[in-house]
Design a binder for this molecule. Structure first.
Ligand SMILES: [Zn+2]
Length: 91
């Protein structure tokens, strides 16, 4: 029995990480350095600032997706069969 190696708050028995920190580790495996970028760019501010930043970041992500979609549509302009009529949505 000892403390979680990451948060140092939770007690763990047979592992080094608690469930919440294991989830963080999983996200690090999936997204790599992007996790650090998001933590630094979104969480290092007041709570109201975080909400504003989250909305701003989501807006940027949506614009990137829309731009990518337009480029894809332009690439496929000669091929009607490969065109997608559905739009990506980001909640
Ligand atoms: Zn932990």
């Amino acid at each position: 029995m000892w403390s979680c190696k990451l948060c140092e708050n939770e007690t763990v028995y047979v592992t080094h990480l608690c469930d919440k920190c294991r989830r963080v580790k999983h996200l690090l495996n999936l997204y790599g350095d992007r996790v650090y970028d998001v933590l630094e760019s979104v969480l290092v501010r007041s709570e109201s600032g975080q909400t504003h930043k989250i909305k701003t970041e989501l807006k940027v992500e949506k614009e990137k997706i829309n731009i990518g979609e337009e480029e894809t549509a332009a690439d496929n302009k000669d091929s009607i069969l490969t065109r997608s009529k559905s739009k990506y949505t980001v909640e």
